[in-house]
Design a protein around this ligand. Sequence first.
Ligand code: AHG
Ligand code: MN
Ligand code: MN
Length: 340
Amino acid sequence: MDHLQMTPRLSLFSHTVREHVSDAEDSGEFSRMMMQIALGGKLIARDLRKAGLSQFLGSTGLINVQGEEVQKLDERANQIFLEVFEHQKLVSTLVSEEMEKPYLIKEADGKGKYAIFLDPLDGSSNIDVNAPLGSIFSIHRLPGEGFPTSEDVLRKKGCEQVAAGYFLYGSSVLLVYTCGHGVQQFTLDQETGEFFLSANNLQIPKRGKIYSVNEGNRQKWCSGTKNFLHYLQEPDSQTGRPYSGRYSGCFVADMHRVLCKGGLYMYPGELKKPDGKLRLMYEAAPLAFLVEQAGGLGSTGVERVNQLTPHALHQRVPLYIGSQDDVTKAEEFLQSESTT
Ligand code: AHG
Ligand code: MN
Ligand code: MN
């Protein structure tokens, strides 16, 4: 009978075990780490669903290390990830947008093999208006034993990430991640509390028709970025221009659209702030690793994001990320400006 021949659902746990079954050293470890990350995402999703009915809306009145206002839900999401990793020994340290310094996990006693970088809640300006939000994570292997220093956690380039991904808290809750073998998407089944595979080996179109950028900043950009935007908006039927503009104010939500439909997201550098806004270690690098696993590119406009050697935990980078042809075109505009 037809209904008995349905493809069985694949849970996140089964998928991670299957992915790593040939890697003896990591077998089991990676699954355990991913299950903890997934638990963090589920707890955050639960709090977001009832945010308007709880005490979690609004600002804490504090300013974080980025000089940005901390919302109560930023703090709550950060706390959730700290709690989730408190009682395990695999992850020695967590680095987060909301904490100036790496947080050392006591129970791991400096013997954990991994460091996790987090943007616990991405798109905080969407909190009070019930618009999409995300969380971003990046996993790095640590160089050796002993509690890691800030320098230890900064030794690796983005291309050396063990895994990276995001949660998208939208009309459904998605977990999209890569561990270097393509990009997988899981959807949370709210009734069982389980993430199930909903898209396997996601591939970004080579070129898209959508750009995502905060155009309110146009006057602050260099002429290369202004000219590129002008190019995207110019009508040309052969190249499918003008592109459509879409911007939600949540990097994860905008990047998920770009991943599915093609096109590019940009947060350019500005004349007075050449490094732009997004942070390398827990925003740009993980999404660049992921998009490159899907066949796209992540660039600062002049070099690949994941070839950069990081120099600070909360370092910012200009970002052009998405479909291969669109990012390459952005680079052409930016590089022609820098040589003239
Ligand atoms: P966060 O909420 O983690 O600080 O990140 C906000 C980021 C990103 O999600 C978004 O694309 C961008 O900042 C929005 O910034 P603007 O309001 O300057 O466009
Ligand atoms: Mn963010
Ligand atoms: Mn954030």
